[in-house]
Design a protein around this ligand. Structure first.
Ligand SMILES: *Cc1c(COP(=O)(O)O)cnc(C)c1O
Length: 393
């Protein structure tokens, strides 16, 4: 019999719910028509794309014609940043973002800097919160866009987006938010929350990979990222990912139908997991204690490497993630953990476990049962720990 898998990496991706897959399947086979064609097979495709658009709009408090399908969160972020930057160049070339954005925002910003744009990266406090006063003072006459994520993928901190959006709007600056981690966890209302552009991705809320959307408020000046055919109101070329779009529509409807009930369940597992792990000596919670995604646990455990912890946990069938990126060939710890003020050493020993619909209370029990032993074993091999002990710790 295969080992039981305890999946605690929902921030990286989620499984596709069976009811989502069931709705998608016919659009690979008998209902495969190209929405741009004229026969009835194609008209049906067109209709399901529009139905899915309606579901996305409803989940965001938007109009359907303000929602554009993309190939995922990274494309939506790239489109929002580059599209707004180039379309508003006459007005100014200054963009404001934060130091803790996903790389799908940070790297386009760095690329835009090479194209002559100026980018301000706002700092965050020890919990990962952007201070609205910092945004206020960073805005200049030539600022064209503010982009601050709704919720952080590593430490789970939920940013004060409505407040940040309001400040941007007072200065007639556009406000974009990467809400990839927020959809399904936090109620979203683009009108009430002063959002002009919003990125989302289906595989983070139990939909398929490679399907996302960008909300663009009506009247927003934005260039295309992908040029070609006239799909998506001539703004995003390419034959629609029909099954992916159907899956996205179904997944967002399910994910936003009972956010409160869903969160209650996940959050109680999260809190038990946090309490249990913090019982390990020399450990600390990263991120905000309350303004936090319901499934996010991010804890630094001193004197050991996150990578070794993950490998040991993997031996027990537990899937998690870390803020130290040795696997990617760099020893640089996560930019997010450094931005909240952790030392390199402590950032390297961070463990992220993200809970979701794949988890049950037994999973929490299991992790709490095996993790202390893993930490103890790694610490006995750790020169840092030996040093600490020798100094009388
Ligand atoms: C996963 C993620 C992305 C990238 O989305 P993809 O669909 O994988 O391209 C962007 N931003 C955040 C905050 C994410 O968590």
């Amino acid at each position: 019999m295969g080992q039981r898998i305890v999946y605690m990496d929902h921030a990286a991706t989620t499984f596709t719910k069976p009811e989502v897959l069931t709705e998608m399947l016919p659009y690979f086979t008998e209902r495969f028509g190209n929405p741009s064609s004229v026969y009835s097979l194609a008209r049906e495709s067109k209709q399901v794309v529009e139905a899915a658009r309606g579901r996305v709009a409803k989940a965001l408090g938007a109009r359907p014609e303000e929602c554009y399908f993309t190939a995922g969160g990274s494309e939506s972020d790239n489109w929002a940043l580059k599209g707004v930057a180039f379309a508003n160049r006459k007005k100014g070339n200054h963009i404001i973002t934060s130091k803790i954005e996903h790389h799908a925002v940070i790297h386009p910003c760095q690329w835009l800097e090479k194209q002559g744009f100026e980018v301000t990266y706002l700092p965050v406090d020890q919990f990962g919160l952007v201070n609205p006063a910092d945004l206020e003072s960073a805005i200049r006459k030539d600022t064209i866009l503010v982009s601050v994520m709704y919720a952080n993928n590593e430490i789970g901190t939920i940013e004060p987006v409505s407040e940040l959006g309001a400040i941007a709007h007072e200065h007639k600056v556009l406000f974009h938010t990467d809400a990839v981690q927020a959809v399904g966890n936090v109620p979203i209302d683009v009108q009430g929350q002063n959002i002009d552009l919003l990125s989302l991705s289906a595989h983070k809320f139990y939909g398929p990979k490679g399907a996302g959307a960008l909300y663009i408020r009506r009247g927003t000046r934005i260039d295309s990222l992908i040029h070609g055919g006239g799909q998506e109101q001539k703004k995003r070329a390419g034959t629609e990912n029909l099954a992916g779009i159907v899956g996205l529509g179904k997944a967002i409807e399910l994910a936003t139908s009972d956010i409160e009930g869903h969160n209650r369940k996940i959050q109680s597992m999260r809190d038990r997991l946090i309490r249990g792990i913090l019982a390990i000596p020399h450990s600390r919670l990263n991120g905000h204690p309350e303004k936090r995604l319901p499934g996010n646990v991010n804890i630094s455990i001193e004197f050991i490497e996150g990578e070794s912890m993950l490998l040991s946990l993997d031996g027990f069938g537990v899937c998690g993630s870390t803020g130290s990126a040795c696997t990617s060939g760099s020893l640089e710890p996560s930019h997010v953990l450094l931005a909240i003020g952790l030392s390199h050493e402590i950032a390297h020993g961070s463990l992220r476990l993200t809970l979701g619909d794949a988890n049950r209370e037994e999973d929490v029990d299991f992790v709490l049962q095996v993790l202390p032993g893993v930490v103890e074993r790694l610490r006995t091999m750790s020169p840092l720990y030996a040093d600490f002990k020798r100094k009388g710790g």
